[in-house]
Design a protein around this ligand. Structure first.
Ligand code: 26V
Length: 872
């Protein structure tokens, strides 16, 4: 397709064609009788030469060398490890393609109901190791590359993370894709192909976070397949004019014309299942100008104007928004959301139409999962297509829409609920704003019918929040436009029903609202990141990992081995080697030496006030001050501890950035204090990523999940640590609660106030504040030491400390004493190493529930109504 304007059409109105190219490749061509024309030519010539998956070392070696020679155009003598990574990746990709093509073909032939996971974020991390393990090809690839002079682990280290996400929400999407393929479910992901993923975090000499762009595509990406033949036009701005009927009255339909049109081009990423042929697809959209060049402007001598449209179109998918904090109100972010939902729906609709069923049956073939409210525009977009293009009556269209979508909520924090200014929506998406007003009108009429005269309720439930400007409440739109709504852990799902969507539960009935507790893929988060533990489990259970990795409840059979001293010794030795692996990593990347005989205490997650990294660092300071006051004899009884932090702060989140600065500077002081450094040291590891998590998690003795009760929807790293035999120190929040239910409260360290107390405590802070000195002297002392400049920059930290002294919205002063007591209990428990290792084994053994296979099967059965498709 030419990206240049055809001079003949300049200035002429062109009826927009949404779908630029039809993807013929997916549907086998048929003759007049409907019989498939395949194969063309000599069937034997095809079949004899079709590639299969390479399984043995000679075939793999041949494919590797052939990619070095041809795809990479390199000579063996100058091939470096990066080149070896590229050759290995291309060779693995060939294998994936065989399965991916077969999967697509069989789905097309069988036409089962499919589910689509719409997520603005997919935090995939690295692919090569995961693909090798899922294909069961790691051993032969290690052998083949070894023979050619490379170490497979060095090769794997060369890959850059695909970091197209901020945190838990994006990593969850990646785990769900792995589980969908592993469970042989016909599920595709749809997202955006950002040129820059989450920023790289640097730490300045003062301890400030600095951000640098993440040019992850610079070295080419062997894992994506550009599909230049799959492209859709997406419109922004312009005018929406209501269509009138023969009597001149306005109808539900409209024509949307003018404005800016850009192209969405598909890039496909193969998602291999574990020990199955099923290889699903993640389709990422890139924005391109519809016309690369405006010939009119160019001819008029306006070169800059001529390229402008191409710049603004390309900008849409240039960068991932790094905020899981703000970002609402930013036109480019809203453009991303519409660009992606419009292209994805057009693609889904085209695939549905290829089946040849009437549009009314759309929900029988398609389920669309909305990962948070980011893709909520898919609801008015599908309405627009059904009303304006398909010319369905309103009720029929709404019936289809509300049977197609499912909405997952990932936070109840009021400040995190997405709202878009009405003037911005009217400007950018005039037709969608009309539709939203219409949805709201019909919806509020039905509310009025059920609750006559309840004006407060209408105001509370309106999709439009009054104010200057008015705003569209996306969570409400997602809720009423979906078949079902779910939260991501039991407590969180209850909070969704009793707080933000309470009125909607009263109106629509409670059965629409459910829970699917999050999960994690044990392939990446145990087998890949902790191969020794995986091998020990297989040999102990005498079950091949291909079995227990896909039936994680089998880990329960480890329980009796907690009583077996020889097994405990092996278990503990693996933990020790993982600690050494982490220490080695820190030594080689940061040049720091770590005491691997200490307890490793880890908190790694996005920096957020509600996650309370501040509570942790203040606890570290408290420990330091306590140690300083001890006699030599007293110190000898103390359990050495190394505390690790890692995580990024949103670039504009001032308080979160100050917390990082405090951590870095506390580390500087205490790591240099000869009195205490053997007993307490502290590291902030910069640039947290999926790959760094894979090294940190298996090395942890204890990890911290210490959000203010009721604020962390689920958490998923808590599950990863526990699966790897780390114990959990946490509040009674999110999935911590369900972890404790599984492993037993005696195996976790809980502290802090419970969710029902939080509201009252906040009320007290606001209306009856008690000075910190009175309420929590230990905390007051710590704060005063920071204020006095013990860690330098006395005045710099005041805004951070004042969040606690004034208002204390996240209740640090209420939970500090019980937090310190819980840390003391951890110390005491660690002294009895035998008992500790038993707890570690029991914890890991009870993690079956938290496999993302369990979670994805719940979505498949209770939400999407899709079935597994075995690919032969
Ligand atoms: C956004 C905001 C914006 C304003 C400030 C506070 C705040 C807090 C969180 C967010 C992110 C909302 C969506 C999200 O990422 N939720 C995370 O989803 C994970 C997967 O379900 C879950 O494990 C985490 O607990 C939840 O925070």
């Amino acid at each position: 397709m030419s990206t240049f304007t055809d001079p003949k059409t300049i200035g002429k109105p062109v009826r927009p064609r949404r779908h630029v190219r039809t993807l013929t490749g997916y549907l086998p061509e048929t003759d007049a009788q409907g019989k498939e024309k395949w194969p063309r030519g000599d069937e034997k010539a095809w079949k004899d030469n079709m590639r299969d998956v390479d399984k043995d070392v000679p075939a793999i070696t041949k494919s590797f060398v052939s990619h070095v020679q041809t795809s990479l155009a390199r000579q063996p003598y100058n091939l470096d490890t990066l080149g070896a990574y590229q050759a290995a990746a291309l060779s693995v990709r060939d294998n994936l393609l065989v399965n991916w093509n077969e999967t697509a073909l069989q789905y097309t032939r069988r036409a089962p109901k499919r589910a689509y996971y719409l997520s603005l974020e997919f935090l995939m991390g690295r692919t090569l190791d995961n693909a090798l393990l899922n294909l069961d090809l790691k051993q032969p690839y290690a052998q083949a590359t070894q023979k050619l002079g490379f170490n497979i682990e060095d090769i794997l280290e060369k890959e850059r993370d695909a970091a197209l996400g901020n945190g838990g929400l994006g990593r969850l999407a990646a785990c769900y894709l792995d589980s969908s393929a592993s469970q042989e479910l016909p599920v595709w992901g749809y997202g955006l192909r950002y040129k820059y993923g989450i920023f790289q975090q640097l730490i300045s000499p003062e301890g400030n976070q600095l951000e640098a762009p993440d040019p992850w595509l610079d070295n080419q990406n062997p894992w994506e397949l550009p599909r230049l033949d799959v492209a859709y036009e997406v419109r922004f701005y312009g005018n929406a004019e209501r269509v009138r009927d023969e009597n001149g009255n306005t109808t539900d339909r409209a024509q949307w014309t003018g404005g800016q049109e850009v192209l969405a081009v598909a890039y496909d990423v193969m998602i291999p299942g574990s020990y199955t042929r099923t290889t699903n697809n993640l389709r990422l959209w890139e924005s391109k100008p519809k016309r690369g060049f405006d010939l009119n402007s160019f001819n008029a001598g306006n070169y800059e104007g001529a390229v402008e449209s191409s710049n603004s179109a390309a900008a849409i998918t240039s960068v991932l928004y790094p905020n899981d904090s703000t970002g609402f109100g930013k036109e480019l972010r809203l453009k991303q959301q519409y660009f992606w939902t419009a292209a994805s729906l057009a693609d889904i609709l085209r695939r549905f139409k290829n089946i040849g069923k009437p549009i009314q049956e759309f929900p029988d073939y398609v389920a669309v999962q909305l990962n948070d409210t980011h893709p909520t525009l898919a609801i008015p977009e599908l309405m627009r297509i059904l009303l304006d293009d398909e010319e369905l009556p309103w009720d029929a269209a709404w019936q289809i829409v509300t049977n197609t979508f499912f909405y997952t909520n990932h936070t109840v924090l009021p400040e995190a609920l997405e709202k878009w200014p009405v003037p911005l929506m009217e400007h950018l998406l005039p037709r969608h704003m009309q539709i939203i007003y219409d949805i709201n009108l019909f919806f509020l009429q039905s509310v009025e019918k059920k609750f006559p005269g309840d004006r407060d309720r209408l105001g509370r439930m309106s999709l439009i929040e009054e104010g200057f400007p008015k705003q569209v409440r996306m969570a409400f739109l997602a809720c009423i436009g979906s078949r079902k709504v779910n939260g991501v852990a039991e407590l969180h799902s209850e909070l969704v029903k009793t707080t933000i969507l309470k009125d909607f539960v009263e109106f629509e009935g409670v059965s629409k609202f459910g829970n699917v507790t999050n999960g994690i893929t044990p392939r990446r988060w145990l087998d890949q990141c902790n191969p020794e533990l995986s091998a020990l489990i297989s040999s102990t259970l005498k079950v091949d990992k291909s079995v227990w990795l896909k039936d994680l409840y089998q880990l329960e059979k480890l329980l009796p081995y907690a009583e077996d001293a020889a097994f405990r010794e092996k278990w503990a030795a693996i933990k020790q080697r993982n600690k050494e692996r982490l220490a080695h990593h820190v030594e080689t990347t940061l040049g720091l030496t770590i005491n691997t005989h200490a307890m490793f205490d880890v908190q790694i997650k996005r920096l957020h006030e509600y996650k309370r990294q501040t509570l942790n660092i203040l606890g570290v300071i408290h420990r330091y001050l306590t140690l300083k006051n001890m006699s030599k004899e007293e110190r000898e009884k103390v359990n050495p501890r190394v505390v690790f932090f890692a995580g990024k702060a949103a670039p504009a989140y001032y308080i979160a950035k100050l917390t990082i600065r405090l951590i870095v500077n506390v580390a500087r002081i205490i790591n240099a204090d000869a009195d205490t450094k053997d007993l307490l040291s502290l590291y902030f590891l910069p640039d947290y990523s999926v790959s760094l998590a894979e090294v940190l998690i298996p090395a942890s003795d204890i990890s911290q999940h210490i959000s203010t009760a009721g604020t962390e929807a689920s958490g998923t790293s808590n599950m990863k640590f526990c699966l790897n035999g780390g114990l959990l120190l946490g509040t009674v929040d999110g999935a911590n609660i369900e972890i404790a239910e599984e492993v037993g409260e005696s195996n976790v360290f809980f502290f802090g106030h419970l969710t029902p107390a939080v509201e009252d405590l906040r009320y007290q802070h606001t209306y009856h504040p008690v000075p910190i000195e009175e309420k929590c002297p230990a905390l007051a002392h710590v704060l005063n030491q920071v204020s006095a400049g013990l860690f330098g920059d006395a005045e710099v930290y005041e805004p951070l400390l004042n969040t606690i002294r004034q208002g204390d919205h996240y209740l640090l002063s209420d939970d500090f004493d019980s937090y310190i007591a819980a840390l003391a209990m951890v110390d005491e428990a660690y002294l009895d190493r035998t008992e500790w290792v038993k707890k570690s084994i029991r914890t890991s053994a009870k993690m079956g529930k938290f496999s993302s296979d369990r979670a994805i099967n719940e979505y498949a059965e209770s939400y999407w109504n899709i079935e597994a498709q075995h690919i032969s």
